[in-house]
Every structure is written in C-alpha cells, then in structure tokens.
Ligand binder design. Sequence first.
Ligand SMILES: [Zn+2]
Length: 381
Amino acid sequence: MRVDTVKRGEPLVAVLERAGVPRDEAARVLMESQAIDARKIRAGTTITSKVSPDSGASEVVLQLAIDRLVRFTRSATAGSRSGWLEKEETLSWTTDTVVVGGVVTSTLTGAIAQGAEAFPANVRDEVAYALADILEYRVDLSRDLREGDTIKVLMERQRAPNGAVRPGDVIAARLTVDGRRVETMRFAQGTKSSYFDGEGKSMRAAFLRAPLAFRRISSVFGLRRHPILGTVRAHQGMDYAAARGTPVRALGDGVVIFAGWKGGYGRVLEIRHRNGFVTRYGHLNAFAPGIRRGTNVSISRTVAFVGTTGLSTAPHLHFEVLVNGKHRDPRVALRNVTGEPLASGQRATFDDLKARLFARLDGPRDASTAAAPVVTRIAGD
Ligand SMILES: [Zn+2]
C-alpha cells in the first residue's frame, strides 16, 4: 500500500505514474474516467495504491472528499482501452447523539469543549455557532454569558467510516445565562422542524439579540471592559469589538430613518421598528448597497459594515436601543420579546418529546451507553 498526495499544480497523470501506473495507461484511465475531471482534482487529494514489484499498480484509490472516493482496478476483463475498471464509492455517514457542554469559564467554545471528546477540536467552533444561531433571538451569547453559567447540548454527531466526525443538528440544549435558565429543543410540525423554548414558544422572534452574528465576533464573554478601547466609556450603548468590514445586521424588521454622518457617531444608521423601538448603529465603515433613508429592511439583513468613523480609536460597533425616544439597555428592553406559541393541538406531543429529550440531556454523555435511543417523532399532521 502506497499513500501519496496531489501537489499544487501537478498534473494528475504524473501522480498516477508515481503511484505505479505506466504513463500511457494513466493518460487513458483519466480520459475514460466518468467520475473525475483531472483538471479539477485539488492539491492535497490523497491517493492510495496497491503495488507489486513485478506487475506495478493493481489498484488506485482517489479520496475525492471525506465521504467520496474513486477506485480504479486493473482488470484483464475490464473491456476498456486502458485495461482499468472505475468505480465511484460514497461512504455513508452514521448519526448518533451525544451530550456536550459544561461550566462556562472563559469562552463558549471552551465550555462546549468539556465532554466534547465527542468532537475534534477543529469542529467545536461549529458546535458553538450552531447553538448561537438557534439562540440568536433570545440570547446574545457574545455578551450575556458569565463565569459559572452552564451549557449542555444534546446534538447529533455524524461519523464517516474513515473516522471523520462532524456535528449534525442541535436537538436540545439547556443553558443558564447570567443565572437565567434558557431551554431550547427541535420540534417537527408536519415536515418542517424548528426550535422552541421549554414553554413551547418559537425561538424566532421580532428582534435578534445582537446586531453582529456570533460567528463573526470574538467569543470572549462578558465584554464589560472593552479589549481595545480599554474601558467602557460613559455612554448609552453597547460596544462590540469586531474587524473592520464585519457585516452589521438589522435587529428587526423596520425602516431606515437616518443613514449619514452625525458627530461623534461618525457614519451612523438608525432604523425604526414597531412599538416605538429605534436601533442605532455607529462608527460604521459603510452602508450596505441600497441602504438609505426610507429603505425597508427585514430582520437579519446586512445593513452596514463595522468601521471606526467618528469618535472611535479602533474598529467596533456602537449599538443603541431607544424605546419611545429613550435609551434602554437592550438586554432589558428585549427581554420579553419572545416568539409565537405552539398551536394548542401540538402541546401533548411537544411535552412528551420534551420530557424524553431533557431526560437524555441529563443522562449519560455517550449515546452508546444510553438506555434508549432518542427518536424525534414527527408530529401528526
Ligand atoms: Zn460605544
């Protein structure tokens, strides 16, 4: 068995030759191939070959993706000019469920990493992002977590036969956020799955909790002291450290009432929402295309980009929430903005699933030792 990789800019025919296939045969194999386009094979692709000293290569396998390979086998009865048979194989991922999480000490990813031998380090950020996306109408995970808060996530884990692991969907999670309990679980209605809180209210609501997506900003929690600005200045807003150009999202549906320059705010955007809410985004580098006074925007749309205009010493977003013209702490102002409740006919099914999911969440971490597998039941339609 010989293992090799495709070097940058190297023709595939040369790699096959190195793998033990005579050059003219290799050229024919590639010409006949249905599965691969030799010009599109990426550098770094792994090639495994079976070679014997006297007869050369008898089998060559190209790993096209983590779950896809092409196997070339030399065969006297191949019926092809090259004398090789080609077979494309797809490896199937298997899914199980695991529980990850622990006590928050410094970062969300760090908390997720506890008990997360379930996931290799390089995909733990993805687990944190998936959770932050589900919670983005309810919790600002970049700001609200405190040391000692807890996170527990029941989620799907997908495994390939070659040992590769990737996170699947979050099934349920329970957190304490600044001491407050937050629960969420996936629930299917008809063919559509979405996330609900423990009370059966949709996790989607009229406002996001943060104007920057969690995956785009520092995951250091409790940003009471600004890492770049040094201290939180005496002003009525929140500062988010982020790279210049980071997309700024509309916190909710609304209409742009100001897009221009305003003293210390620098380039600033103001959006009016329903119920007397106005959101203000300052120190912007630029507005998104089409954003001007009078533009209607929908929740989560990119409306601007982080900058350091006005009275600002480093790229960051200055964010304010005003209610009926008065500054409010966004955490307080948005606390009671929650989603629509489930239809009452779904309630019994929901409660039954919730009991089983949270029992699993509190049970053993590894699915293989769980007494019973968790099956997400599709609610009757
Ligand atoms: Zn500020």
